[in-house]
Design a protein around this ligand. Structure first.
Ligand code: B4P
Length: 194
């Protein structure tokens, strides 16, 4: 089973690369951002609460996203593996994910972190905001808040996987295909080492 955590700041290319990885490996894509936006679109109570935070670039509470992921893991018991995109975003989420996967005897294979400088992140997200309809992509102040949330609360998650020897970092600058090729090689090196 391949269980990949795709990591990086907002706009690093996690969602973009996830689409290519799904095609290549037939994995189930679990994006907490997409799951939350689906709750918002359906107008659920969870979605309404999440929207208030997301529109300001603030992380939603750990228990909300952990509950969503747990539900999705249970609903996909026969999956070949998962891409975790935008999750875990805090150390508490990372610990909860390990506990959930322990019960399924299917640990995280590795984390790949995409490194992109803040000015390029802002440029990409504002560009996407022109037609994505996402309020959090349209406002430079909200984008900077998201990057600050990442630096304060999410960046320490890398250390969590480093202590487990599961962390690999990759430059996220370059064409989408060039970044994908590099990710593909990293995953291949895990297979070779096992
Ligand atoms: P997400 O939906 O996860 O949003 P994101 O980080 O902005 O997306 P992503 O990083 O995947 O975008 P990508 O680079 O692919 O989260 C949104 C919000 O939901 C959060 O702020 C938070 O409030 C909440 N949330 C989600 N998960 C949570 C959790 N676990 N805990 C708490 N709160 C949570 O794409 C960006 C743009 O860059 C695209 O337009 C793309 O075309 C472009 N791009 C990608 N690769 C490129 C490349 N190589 N070159 C040039 N452009 C590129």
């Amino acid at each position: 089973m391949l269980n990949l955590v795709l990591f990086g700041p907002p706009g690093a290319g996690k969602g973009t690369q996830s689409q290519k990885l799904i095609e290549k490996y037939g994995l189930i894509h679990l994006s907490t951002g997409d799951l939350l936006r689906s709750e918002i679109a359906q107008g659920t109570e969870l979605g309404l609460e999440a929207k208030k935070l997301m529109d300001h670039g603030i992380l939603v509470p750990d228990e909300v996203v952990i509950g969503m992921i747990s539900h999705k893991l249970d609903a996909n018991k026969t999956a070949r593996g998962f891409i975790f995109d935008g999750f875990p975003r805090t150390v508490a989420q990372a610990e909860a994910l390990d506990r959930l996967l322990e019960t399924k005897d299917a640990p995280i294979s590795g984390m790949i972190a995409l490194e992109v400088p803040a000015d390029e992140l802002e440029r990409r997200l504002l560009e996407r905001g022109k037609d994505s309809g996402r309020p959090d992509d349209a406002n430079p102040g909200v984008i900077r808040k998201r990057i600050k949330e990442y630096n304060d609360k999410t960046a320490p998650v890398a250390g969590y996987y480093k202590t487990q020897n599961k962390f690999t970092s990759k430059d996220g600058i370059g064409s989408v295909d060039e970044v994908f090729e590099a990710i593909y090689k990293i995953i291949g090196s895990w297979d070779a080492g096992r």
